[in-house]
Design a protein around this ligand. Structure first.
Ligand SMILES: Cc1ncc(C[n+]2csc(CCOP(=O)(O)OP(=O)(O)O)c2C)c(N)n1
Ligand SMILES: [Mg+2]
Length: 689
């Protein structure tokens, strides 16, 4: 040990200080260079870590390849700390083809990484605070794997998850769901809150009654409050917290106070509104680290040399990045979905000597088979656990069969239920989750749109989210305004998710299985009125239970009724309850009606639809939703465009009345919804056209 090492060993090793200083110089040089070249670098908006570097490097330098991290947009020093090169970060700054995170699809310091020897980074969005739930999902997945014995990390190498936030982002409601679950389940996660006391231009004094430390304590989280400009203190606190999380598998929140020394982003400049810059600059971590190194045996010339090297690297990397290739227009189309192995219908749809079973049980049996075969599958949602097995008993007995680690209740947190699948899937699990009623999917919709649906596309194919989201849906006899709604049009607007809407048990089972093997997010809409075939005219939803290996590919419709006549016939394109209304209505028009059951809403079987419409020349698209601006109405548009020359009548749409809610009173409900009689009348009208 040299004399210098002996002095340093009181604090951190010389090597760590050197790395930290070199990277802090690099981060500064990058931030300065971006500013000097703002005409070029600000083509795409970006933010830098200036002022936040010490705490960020303390984290980045201690993450290992076993760990997971969710940096936010100001965390370019975390990225340098884990070993990303300035050149690589600049490829994203300039939206180049070889941007390692997204191929030019998303902003600077919005990482996603799956690279050997590096900590893993799931897709990071720009939505403030929204990373909390997916990242807590990672920690929940790690815990599940350890409890089930699917992973057996060596002592001291247990994975840690880091979720980084700005101070203002934790006022988002969804962050509370994440904190709640981490504390409740004792998840191995470190929440890092970098408190610069600024939102964009709104100051902490306008934004919060208590700071991150006091807020987190309310959830039962252990906290450390530190000066995030003090590198040694930051490093030691992170070291201590990581050790604690690795050993005790427990969540911790570190609240690090830092000054923001750069613009909020390249587009929102500090000179417009900051009145505290002098005070902020007095807390700059850079001179502090410099002084610390000088006091610990480094010479001035050592530091000058490190700084010089950093500047040269940054300048060279910038010149190289400027010349790097841009994406091609055709690159736009890759990775909307990851390829699925299920491309055709397989297995026995109606095995002999079996009796018909209700649709709700077909789903239950499908999940039982999946969970028996695949230890990486688990089921969670509100009330799906041991006592009830779902409010529709659609998960009955599963907790007893598979244990409470694999089937469990969640708090009332639709955002967490949906968004956590991003993290669960990232660690290699296959979560099956449930939203209790379609009416309550709205609090989860943000996670579905912002995080789940875009992960694969914006990570350039690295992080598809494989999950099944079960959603009981539809009107089933005086369910009223908050237990009857249809939501498929809103879901169909979200690109990057698949949607099934089966009308019977066999389809539900085959699609559930197919969804399980699909590497993409799938929403399965399960009509409550069809679960037990209790509603008059829905007995066709009861089917023989298909064989265990039965699968139905997404995007393949089914002819639910064939027409017999050769002229003046109509085809009805529908799904879910619409299939049953149409089947009953068709009895009044013998031989005249063909029914296409779409089975999946995204992808949609366009080939089948156009072929059948062309054959009949008359078509009704039937939905349970209010029809204006609906998925059904947009399908009508597509049909007119593709089948115009073969049409003998306008393509009609029929659905519920265009009103905000389905009233509770049964007379009003009946007036609101389509039914077999109304459909029959409409068929008569179209046939007479
Ligand atoms: C959900 C959402 N709402 C608003 C924004 C716009 N926005 C971007 S950054 C920001 C301020 C975030 O402040 P903080 O979390 O403290 O991070 P800082 O920029 O101070 O590091 C806001 C409001 C956003 N990106 N996402
Ligand atoms: Mg802030």
């Amino acid at each position: 040990m040299t004399r210098i090492d002996k002095i340093m060993s009181k604090k951190l090793s010389k090597d760590i200080y050197k790395k930290a200083y070199s990277l802090m110089c690099t981060a500064r040089a990058m931030s300065d260079l971006y500013e000097e070249n703002k005409e070029v670098t600000s083509k795409y908006v970006h933010a830098t870590s200036k002022g936040h570097e010490a705490i960020q490097l303390a984290v980045g330098l201690q993450l290992t390849e076993n760990d997971w991290v969710a940096p936010y947009y100001r965390d370019d020093s975390i990225l340098l700390g884990i070993g990303m090169q300035p050149y690589e970060l600049m490829l994203q700054l300039l939206c180049k083809k070889d941007d390692p995170f997204s191929g030019g699809r998303t902003y600077y310091a919005h990482p996603s990484l799956k690279r050997e020897g590096f900590p893993k980074i799931p897709h990071q969005s720009s939505a403030t605070g929204m990373q909390g739930i997916p990242t807590t999902g990672v920690a929940m997945g790690i815990q599940y794997q350890e409890k089930e014995g699917l992973t057996k990390p060596k002592r001291g190498e247990e994975p840690v998850t880091v979720c980084s936030f700005g101070d203002a982002s934790i006022t988002e409601g969804e962050v509370a769901e994440a904190f709640q679950m981490a504390a409740l389940k004792k998840l191995p996660i470190l929440y890092l809150v970098q408190d610069n006391e600024w939102d964009i231009s709104a100051h902490a004094s306008e934004m919060r009654a208590v700071d991150a430390t006091h807020y987190a304590k309310g959830f039962g989280l252990k906290t450390y409050t530190i000066d995030g400009t003090d590198f040694t203190k930051s490093y030691e606190t992170i070291q201590h917290a990581f050790k604690e999380i690795r050993e005790k598998r427990t969540p911790i929140l570190i609240h690090a106070k830092v000054p923001l020394l750069n613009h909020h982003t390249s587009g929102v400049r500090m000179e417009w509104y900051r009145d505290d810059l002098e005070e902020a600059r007095s807390r700059d971590p850079f001179p502090k680290l410099k002084a610390e190194l000088l006091a610990n045996g480094f010479s001035k010339s050592d530091l000058v040399e490190i700084e010089k090297q950093a500047k040269i690297t940054v300048e060279n990397d910038y010149q190289k990045a400027l010349k790097a290739e841009d994406p091609n227009p055709e690159d736009l189309f890759s990775h909307d979905f990851a390829p699925t192995p299920i491309l055709e219908e397989k297995g026995d749809r109606a095995p002999k000597d079996k009796e018909a079973t209700v649709m709700v049980d077909s789903a239950l049996f499908a999940i039982k088979e999946i969970m028996s075969e695949h230890p990486e599958s688990l089921l969670y949602g509100q009330d799906v656990g041991k006592r009830l097995g779902g409010v529709f008993r659609e998960a009955a007995t599963l907790a007893q069969t598979f244990g409470y680690n694999r089937v469990f209740n969640t708090p009332i947190q639709e955002a967490f239920i949906i968004g956590s699948t991003v993290g669960m899937s990232a660690v290699g699990l296959k979560p099956i989750v449930e939203v209790q009623f379609a009416d309550y999917i709205w609090p989860g919709l943000n996670q579905l749109f912002t995080e789940v649906s875009r992960s694969n596309y914006l990570s350039n194919g690295k992080w598809p989210v494989s999950c099944i989201i079960r959603v009981p849906i539809g009107a089933y006899g005086s369910g009223g305004p908050y237990h009857s709604s249809s939501v498929e049009s809103v879901l169909a607007q979200i690109r990057g998710i698949k949607i099934a809407y089966p009308s019977n048990g066999a389809d539900l089972k085959g699609l559930m299985k197919s969804a399980y093997y699909d590497p993409n997010p799938v929403v399965i809409l399960e009509h409550k009125g069809l679960y037990w075939s209790k509603i008059k005219g829905t007995s066709a939803a009861k089917t023989i239970e298909p064989s265990e290996d039965y699968v139905i590919p997404f995007g393949k419709g089914r002819i639910a009724l064939e027409s017999e006549d050769s002229d003046n016939t109509i085809c009805i394109i529908t799904y879910g309850m619409g299939v049953h209304w149409a089947l009953n209505a068709a009895k009044n028009h013998k031989g005249k009606v063909e029914i296409v059951d779409l089975r999946t809403i995204n992808p949609i079987d366009e080939d089948l639809v156009f072929e059948r419409v062309n054959k009949h020349g008359k078509c009704l698209v039937l939905t349970e939703e209010p029809y204006n601006n609906s998925f059904a109405q947009s399908l009508v548009g597509r049909i007119q465009e593709h089948c115009f020359e073969k049409l003998d009548a306008p393509v009609y749409v029929m659905g519920s009345e265009n009103l905000p809610a389905i009233p509770l009173n049964s007379t009003l409900e009946a007036r609101m919804l389509p039914n077999a009689e109304k459909v029959s009348d409409k068929i008569g009208e179209i046939l007479a056209y």
